[in-house]
Design a protein. Structure first.
Length: 563
């Protein structure tokens, strides 16, 4: 496998031998959490070395390692743009791994020789030496603990529940499979943060790899790794929940007061929303088009090898939309809606090359947004936002057509801005579990949601034109761009070429920062998992509420923190 990985590394990222990319790829593949994913990648590498397969697929009767550099690039490009979804999936798996690993690798001094051509300086300084205020319980032997309430998951849901119950005098324990990190651990190195604080090292994806799932795997979950944006659920959507699922409490004064209380506790404000270079480009385009925009409210101010048994009167499952249904499914809970209706807020972007340096990795994480198109069809549509663009995200977004072309486009990072697209999806996916008990995410964008996605790409390009972009492109499998200076009709012609290139699975980069609804609330047991007051265990009344199963395969890889 070493030879094929060396050939792939040099083809995807010329000069990557300087960061030892091939060895790093082997290590990354070996650490993928699902055995099925590891086996699938090894099978794929075997296909690349099969003469007969390559003759049939590319007309080149050679192993990949025996091809010339030009043949290798032509071979990979054929996979990238294939009509066969499995070939596109295989290409994206390798391209993403190579790009992310290459541009996040650092030496002992914390530097990377691939950064200087990008104008990317790396971390601005050392992490602040702040003491940790929480003392997690280290489980170093078989242990049994008793409490009133155990909360499984420490993110936005579990953290609030635990705090409220503890304030009410309950004896509360929080189980968290990830580690505890604070400011002293924030090295501002992408690879380090992805490996330690993101689920599956930032490589979690839907089963077809069409959407990357970026979610936290640490104490605090998504509240640690996400962008600090803290919107109240919009009134129109709360009305929809109350009406469609007969949950009137979502429109009650009590619920609104609860939202206000959480926001006050977190210090949500717009006082620290100084626009970054990305936001300034966004604002300039929005104002020229006279589209809505506003300040983003943000919450910012100046178990290895051992069995753990927790006996509790009440169990709160708060592991997020991916792990919560998996935990319940492993535990034998059988409800028609469990794991279904998964919503992901699919996210992508349109990119623009600007005359001025934008340095899109700098400045406020997120400061401005637009709801101009938030309600296109009965409350469904999309937001515009920006997000920091560091080399690894840019490497994912930049289409690969050759090693030299990709490196040339990567070198434009400092002058690139993004119009981020966040879609409110109506038609969802599903979470199941594999034989090892790991969650498997199945999701496809419906025709209804895809129409909004196409509208978003078109509007994003219009916005970047108004902002003064010189060249505009989307993160497709192929390089498809246009120059606004080409005159009337340039954008329409570009959109036609985007449609021709394809916006389906592994043709357009999609990520998800928000995972929701796989254990959704409602009053109908056929379409919901919980009601307004209690979990639904009526499908299996003999299962005790505390009989929740974490398989041994997961225990061996993760530690439990109790706080």
């Amino acid at each position: 496998m070493d030879a094929i990985l060396r050939a792939l590394a040099e083809t995807f990222v010329p000069g990557s031998d300087r960061v030892g990319l091939a060895a790093r790829l082997a290590d990354t593949i070996g650490r993928l959490p699902r055995a099925a994913d590891r086996a699938e990648l090894r099978t794929l590498l075997g296909v690349f070395e099969n003469r007969l397969a390559n003759l049939a697929l590319a007309g080149i009767a050679k192993p990949f390692t025996a091809m010339t550099p030009a043949q290798r690039e032509r071979y990979l490009l054929g996979w990238a743009t294939s009509r066969l979804a499995l070939r596109r999936k295989g290409f994206q798996a390798l391209k993403r791994l190579a790009g992310v690993v290459a541009y996040t690798a650092v030496d002992a001094a914390g530097t990377n020789p691939l950064w200087p051509p990008l104008g990317y300086p790396g971390p601005p300084g050392p992490a602040p030496q702040r003491p940790k205020r929480i003392r997690p319980l280290a489980v170093d032997r078989d242990t049994t603990l008793d409490c009133d309430v155990v909360v499984v998951g420490s993110g936005a849901g579990g953290g609030v529940v635990a705090a409220v119950l503890a304030a009410a005098g309950k004896d509360v324990m929080v189980l968290e499979k990830g580690g505890y990190y604070n400011e002293a651990d924030f090295t501002q190195l992408e690879g380090d943060a992805l490996a330690r604080m993101y689920d599956a090292g930032g490589l979690l994806a839907t089963d077809d790899l069409a959407m990357l799932i970026l979610q936290g795997n640490c104490l605090g979950g998504g509240t640690v790794v996400n962008y600090t944006t803290s919107f109240h659920p919009p009134e129109a959507i709360r009305d929809e929940w109350a009406r469609a699922h007969r949950l009137p409490h979502f429109t009650s004064r009590e619920f609104l007061a609860s939202l206000d209380a959480v926001a006050a506790r977190l210090g949500v404000n717009t006082d620290h929303a100084k626009p970054s270079g990305r936001d300034q480009c966004l604002i300039r385009g929005l104002e020229r088009l006279r589209w809505h925009h506003g300040l983003l409210p943000r919450d910012v101010r100046g178990c290895p090898g051992h069995t753990l048994t927790v006996r509790a009167h009440v169990v709160v499952v708060a592991g997020g939309a991916i792990h919560s249904p998996a935990l319940l499914l492993r535990s034998g809970v059988a409800l028609p809606a469990l794991g279904r209706f998964l919503a992901l807020h699919p996210a992508t972007g349109v990119f623009g090359r600007m005359d001025e340096p934008v340095r899109p990795w700098t400045g406020t994480v997120q400061a401005h947004y637009s709801d101009q198109f938030a309600d296109l069809d009965d409350g469904f549509g999309f937001k515009f936002e920006t997000a920091p663009v560091h080399p690894s995200l840019f490497a994912l977004a930049v289409p690969w057509e050759s090693g030299a072309q990709h490196a040339e486009r990567m070198a434009q990072l400092a002058h690139t801005t993004i119009c981020g697209i966040l879609l409110r999806d109506r038609d969802g996916g599903r979470v199941t579990v594999d034989r090892e008990g790991n969650p498997v995410v199945r999701y496809g964008i419906s025709a209804f949601d895809h129409a909004h996605l196409r509208r978003a790409v078109a509007a994003g390009a219009e916005l970047l034109e108004a902002a003064g972009a010189r060249e505009i492109w989307a993160p497709l499998a192929r390089w498809v761009s246009y120059h606004p200076e080409e005159g009337a009709g340039a954008r329409a012609r570009w959109l036609g070429r985007v449609e021709s290139a394809g916006m389906g699975p592994n043709e357009l980069l999609l990520v998800t920062f928000h995972q929701m609804a796989s254990c959704r609330m409602g009053d109908d047991p056929q379409s919901s998992v919980v009601n307004a007051d209690n979990p639904r265990y009526d499908a299996h009344p003999d299962i005790p509420h505390s009989a929740l199963h974490i398989p041994h395969s997961l225990r061996r890889r993760t530690a439990c923190s109790l706080c």
